[in-house]
Design a protein around this ligand. Structure first.
Ligand SMILES: NC(=O)c1ccc[n+]([C@@H]2O[C@H](COP(=O)([O-])OP(=O)(O)OC[C@H]3O[C@@H](n4cnc5c(N)ncnc54)[C@H](OP(=O)(O)O)[C@@H]3O)[C@@H](O)[C@H]2O)c1
Length: 327
């Protein structure tokens, strides 16, 4: 595992993290015993960063991670959680009292005195024009309830605005082969301000693993079925907003670029880590096998220049016109 510093948190974390949305819910049926095995397999493979949220299974994901932390006490693990989506997306909801209540609930769920990192969870853009909201987060740091805070954003512009606040330690944003706009300006700006970057949805919800086909049927409780067109939340969170047919056609082209002894999923994750401004990619995994395979991507050799150029061209020709200006 390669370790990188997560911006102003000053903590070193594995460059491949573990996305814990799926073990909470929204991705079909999951069983907690298997989820715990996946968490342990990740840690055994050198993963130290675990990304969760208070809404994933309404606390189920956090509680599982809490149990996992107790089972691995003494290890230097880092848990990033999120808050702000257990209530309607309305500025009036984001008061200091509400923040304290949500932080306390996450501390309980995780079984920790202080949260390593709490991220505002894709809140409305107007939040980034309200310094008092960031002041309330500073107060939580001063009170010792959280070690640091960051934001998870939908759009590049939200990330650029958020990092103007000096207390913002990290930004979580979708960045992958089919979502390349953050590389134009955002990543360099985050690096310049020493802000950590967590690349979420790195596998485009599994599309970039190459295992999905036109025939794949998703469970009714899986967002890849119920949110295909943004019915429940931002469509960009499902397949990174790329329509399924376009995604499958692109994947067919990418297969030829996969290095010997690697998988398409691993190449995809390694592509993300080619940027030094990215601290970690946080693929979601539900099984020990997936967790181990993802962690191993950090050890792949850098991708050759020809592969990087080909991927840039494929994005420019096939994907950019469809998604680039939307997020
Ligand atoms: N708003 C936000 O802040 C936000 C939104 C989205 C995600 N996130 C965070 O980002 C994390 C990652 O994003 P994501 O989970 O949405 O999507 P993702 O990482 O792009 O894709 C995850 C899916 O890919 C498949 N997969 C993972 N590893 C695999 C492997 N080695 N081989 C084959 N298939 C594999 C699994 O699908 P199967 O179920 O088919 O096995 C898994 O559920 C989340 O868990 C969450 O922590 C945050």
């Amino acid at each position: 595992m390669e370790y990188r510093r997560l911006g102003k948190t000053r903590r070193m974390v594995g460059a491949i993290g573990f996305g814990a949305w799926a073990i909470g819910g929204d991705w079909g049926t999951v069983d907690d015993a298997s989820s715990l095995r996946a968490l342990h397999a990740a840690a055994d493979a050198g993963v130290t960063l675990f990304d969760t949220a208070d809404v994933y299974g309404d606390g189920r994901s956090e509680r599982l991670i809490g149990q996992f932390l107790r089972e691995r006490s003494g290890e230097s693990l880092f848990v990033a959680t999120k808050m702000g989506r257990r209530v309607p997306l309305d500025l009036a909801q984001y008061s200091p009292e509400a923040f304290r209540g949500w932080v306390d609930r996450s501390r309980d769920n995780l079984g920790v005195d202080r949260l390593d990192l709490v991220q505002l969870h894709c809140l409305p853009t107007a939040v980034y024009y309200r310094p008092e909201i960031f002041g309330a987060l500073d107060d939580l740091v001063s009170a010792g309830a959280i070690a640091s805070y960051g934001v998870s954003v939908e759009r590049v512009e939200e990330g650029l605005k958020a990092i103007e606040f000096p207390g913002v330690a990290s930004v979580q944003i979708i960045y992958n082969i089919v979502r390349q706009r953050p590389a134009e300006r955002f990543l360099a700006e985050a690096a310049r301000r020493d802000v950590g970057v967590l690349a979420r949805v790195p596998l485009a919800s599994g599309l970039l693993t190459g295992k999905l086909t036109r025939e794949t049927v998703f469970d009714g409780s899986d967002h890849r079925r119920f949110n295909r067109h943004g019915e429940a939340f931002d469509v960009g969170e499902t397949f990174a907003g790329v329509d399924y047919e376009t995604g499958l056609a692109l994947v067919d082209e990418l297969r030829a670029l996969v290095p010997a002894s690697a998988t398409l999923a691993q190449m995809t994750l390694r592509w993300i880590l080619m940027s030094d401004a990215v601290t970690a990619a946080i693929p979601g995994a539900k099984t020990p096998e997936q967790a181990r395979a993802n962690a191993a991507a950090a050890d792949l050799a850098p991708l050759p220049a020809e592969a990087m150029e080909r991927i840039a061209r494929l994005y420019a020709e096939r994907v950019k016109p469809l998604v680039h200006q939307r997020w």
